[in-house]
Design a protein around this ligand. Sequence first.
Ligand code: S3P
Length: 178
Amino acid sequence: MTTMKENFNIVLCGFMGCGKTTVGQHLSAITRRKFIDTDEYIEKKASLTVSDIFSTYGEAYFRELEKTCLTEITQNFNSIIATGGGTVIDKDNVSSLKSTGKIFFLDAPFEEIFSRISNSNRPLVKTLSKDELKNLFEARRGIYLNCADFVLDAHRFHKEICDVILKSKDTRHLTLPN
Ligand code: S3P
């Protein structure tokens, strides 16, 4: 049984383009909880965009920075945290997130995700082919499923997703009303 403490953080995870930031901003507006986007936090800390961190210092450096930022971010309570698509691939990051929050996986089909991200300037989208992104999506989906306290179908309107997140308790697979 999965229950959520009142002041626990709501953590959103999933592949690039699944709607973590948009859903997080909506949730924050509805609940008046603080919204923290891990990529934005990293960008402020590094005074560089995520793209520039990847191109100048490489992905490994970005992951180190991401981990350091996560330990700071998870000192917060009562917040909405939108993670980056790769954040929960690291087990330590998952432990940090779980120490003060519950993880919600926004699950959406690859083709839908791809249509949302294909024109974006995310570093991995610029460097990987569609097939490579699909392989990454498939490899990561199992990890998202594994770490999530709640799994929900993100192939829906953001407002509906927010409603379901806010009503969540006692069940892992959240179903959206028809
Ligand atoms: C990444 C996803 C990005 C960002 C970075 C790496 C990934 O965040 O953290 O480009 O590894 O999937 P979004 O999921 O918010 O696009």
